[in-house]
Design a protein around this ligand. Sequence first.
Ligand code: GUN
Ligand code: ZN
Length: 436
Amino acid sequence: EPKAHPAKAFRAAILHSLANPTDVGLEDSYQYFDDGVLLVADGHVVKVGHADDILPSLDPSVEVVVLENKLITPGFIDTHIHYPQTGMIAAYGEQLLDWLNNYTFPEEKRFADVNYAREVAVQFLDELARNGTTTALVFGTVHKESVDVFFQESEKRNLRMIAGKVLMDRNAPEDLTDTPESGYEDSKALIEKWHNKGRLHYAVTPRFAPTSTSEQLRLAGKLLEEYPDVYMHTHLSENQKEIEWVQELFPESKNYLDVYDQHGLLSSRSVFAHGIHLCDGECKRLSESDSAIAFCPTSNLFLGSGLFPLSEMEAKGIKVGMGTDVGAGTSFSLLQTMSEAYKVMQLQGKKLHPLKSLYQATLGGAKALSLDHLIGNFESGKEADFVVLDLHATQLMKFRMEHAQSLEDKLFVLMTLGDDRTVCDTYSYGQSVYNR
Ligand code: GUN
Ligand code: ZN
């Protein structure tokens, strides 16, 4: 095979996760090199290690990029976000159901215009890159073209992305609804066109139980049967009024999750956003089916939805990734998302260690998306998706860093004060997709 891209080495402090700190303890959960080298070739990680160990072995032709006061980490993984909501982020005053009706649906109607959809997709992908996010699980709108242009723009940047067309056949404005049959056919066409094309994957995406009929959910289940490695992406148990509404709409189901379960929508490739208010039975089924939850702290606080019980979910064996949930989330930054996650845990009397946060936003996200054989850390052979973070990004951060002793201190300051200003460079598949 011809070498598309020559090997390149990046020298800086380097940090990546090896395993879930909750499983193996903090010490064994990460690898840190204060003077490290990340060697990349043909879009993949060749190796990572101390500069003293790696540099002498390098072929003299290999370019070494030296980065001062920088920290290299794996690219961030956002396990739940809506690209069409970029234009209505920060909408005032409502909780979930009114927020959807008053702000979200009117904006999503505009995606009937494919030119507008492309404009927003480009803006959205720029914003992900600016924030160091290299992989995301993404909602489109009900319009199949919204997902088509999203994949086109993601393909241009060679990003590992998962997206899907919204399925919604009731309880929404008429011009935002499909039918069970058209939703099935449009999804199928998008799967055939995009799923596993390059680094792209498809997610069957019923918005949430209230906006789908049982027939639509049944056909969603049929798609998953027909294409077993396609993802399933939806919302679950975010808001009390939402939960009551689901019980009214599906009186025969045991609980909210059971609606999805009865239609065959639970598997290791299923990701449920939020899952804040779950009963023991729901937790048991999530764990048994190896489904994942996307923890979206900025959104959960912004919409007043509640405090996600991360420790309890993990103790019950449920996979958890981090999500921004823009536009209900208030930041594209996984650093800001980690900072808010810390505060959500504080409000529950729990501590969220910075190394645990880093795991959740990288390798943990990759596991939640069943992509940990490809991305999430710097194991040899994985895809070279990484970010260069500036430890001196702002005056305050530079000053504060001088007072930080340990790696844990520095990392915690980075994620508490950091945002898009902290991201110097973003690399996808070994190539720069953003430079500040
Ligand atoms: N539940 C159903 N649709 C949505 C959405 O667009 N955002 C959030 N946060 N929750 C939802
Ligand atoms: Zn959402």
